[in-house]
Design a protein around this ligand. Structure first.
Ligand code: PLP
Length: 403
């Protein structure tokens, strides 16, 4: 037997209840966001803030279902944005909290509006700091620059490694030498780095050493140090004591306010994708269930990263029946994964993928004219609330104006 639902952290929030009883009435495909799990994640993050004095922001690019922002803002310091729209969303939907923004390059025609929403603005290069810094400073913004400590701590996912060679993300020490004049340096309130992805505190320990070696001399002049995202803090086996040691030490040593801006960790294991089997097709090698959900459209990281998403039926079965699950689009590679199930699948069966709150609802697409899944919230009381519904118009309006 594989682990029971109550043991699998991915589905623990369901408390062992039968998904088809909980979600069987919902039209599929649909995402369900688990409010209780968002709260538990936020409680853990808030406990790190309380013990270390650090401030934690929600990185909205991973999760931006703002119906949950009032809950999240009970715990976290604010939001982090990748640009104008996310900055505006953070300001609108978490209005009393901090808004931080980092973009690889700001546009002249957007910057004035960004100044309306953002508290902290992080630049990617000395040239961008030079172009926009004084204007932002005059508006009372806290300014930072993103550094590249050139310290890779991850293998395998080069597209998620901002320290991979040739990276455009962050200023390296040699570029800093060439371009960071004393005038520019005097505009800076903080230093930002983001180099991790789904990693533990040991990787942060290695990174902070590299940061200190390359940029340590500037840190005592800074008010804050933002250590980015990629910290898998809410994972069961994450090394919290080591993280907290690093945070406390950095704050003391350099006299800085430490920030973290995780995305994943805020909504880890806090969502599901419900889908139904449309057909079972066979070829010489295997059985393939065609679902009404698509990897390419509805869980793009399955293909981009790539990874095989956790499936409730597999984690709770004994693996007799092997079946490949795939999407209904024309893309040959729209394959979600091959699973060991405890029963043969048939048309109409409800399946549940786990950990589907992050990098899904904010990253999906309508390739092939696929409908976007509705988004539901499972409240802590168990009540189901629909947050969003999509249809043909959402597909059509992205392609042209209504006549
Ligand atoms: C992606 C990103 C984050 C959040 O990363 P997670 O892996 O979701 O924690 C935070 N800050 C920056 C600058 C990012 O690019």
């Amino acid at each position: 037997m594989k682990g029971q639902s109550s043991e699998s952290p991915v589905f623990r929030a369901l408390g062992g209840r039968d998904p088809s009883k909980l979600f069987g009435d919902l039209p599929t495909p649909c995402y369900v966001i688990d409010e209780g799990q968002i709260r538990r994640n936020c409680e853990k993050l808030a406990s790190v803030m309380a013990r270390t004095g650090c401030k934690i922001l929600l990185a909205q690019k991973a999760f931006s279902n703002y119906a949950l922002y009032p809950l999240i803002s009970e715990y976290l310091t604010g939001t982090e944005a990748s640009g104008l729209f996310e900055a505006r969303l953070g300001r609108e939907e978490m209005p009393d909290r901090e808004v931080h923004v980092f973009s690889a390059a700001y546009r002249e025609d957007e910057f004035t509006e960004i100044l309306r929403y953002a508290d902290h603005i992080v630049f990617n290069s000395p040239a961008q700091l030079k172009k926009f810094g004084e204007r932002a400073k005059k508006c009372g913004k806290s300014l930072g620059i993103r550094i590249n400590p050139q310290c890779s701590t991850q293998e395998g996912h080069a597209i998620y490694d901002p320290c991979a060679s040739g990276s455009r993300l962050g200023t390296t020490r040699s570029v800093w030498e060439q371009e960071m004049t004393e005038d520019l340096l005097s505009l800076l309130d903080g230093i930002h780095f983001h180099t991790l992805c789904e990693q533990d505190a040991d990787a942060l320990a290695i990174t902070i050493k590299a940061v200190e070696e390359k940029f340590g001399e500037f840190l005592p002049r800074m008010k804050w140090l933002n250590m980015g995202g990629g910290h898998h803090i809410t994972r069961d086996d994450y090394d919290l004591p080591l993280l907290e040691k690093i945070l406390v030490k950095a704050a003391q040593k350099w006299g800085v306010q430490v920030y973290l801006e995780p995305g994943e960790a805020v909504a880890l294991n806090a969502g599901y994708l419900c889908t139904r089997v449309l057909d079972i097709v066979k070829n010489e090698e295997k059985q393939i269930a065609i679902l009404d959900a698509s990897a390419a459209c509805h869980m793009p990281d399955v293909i981009e990263m790539p990874y095989t998403p956790p499936l409730y039926e597999e984690q709770n079965g004994d693996g007799e029946f092997v079946c490949t699950l795939a999407g209904p689009t024309c893309l040959s590679g729209d394959v979600i994964g091959t699973y060991e199930l405890c029963r043969p699948l048939k048309e109409g069966d409800l399946l549940l993928f786990g950990d589907m709150a992050i990098y899904t609802t904010c990253k999906n697409n309508t390739f092939n004219g696929m409908p976007l899944p509705d988004i539901w919230k499972r409240e802590e009381s168990g009540k189901m609330v629909r947050l969003a519904a999509f249809g043909y118009d959402d597909f059509k309006h992205r392609l042209g104006c209504k006549r």
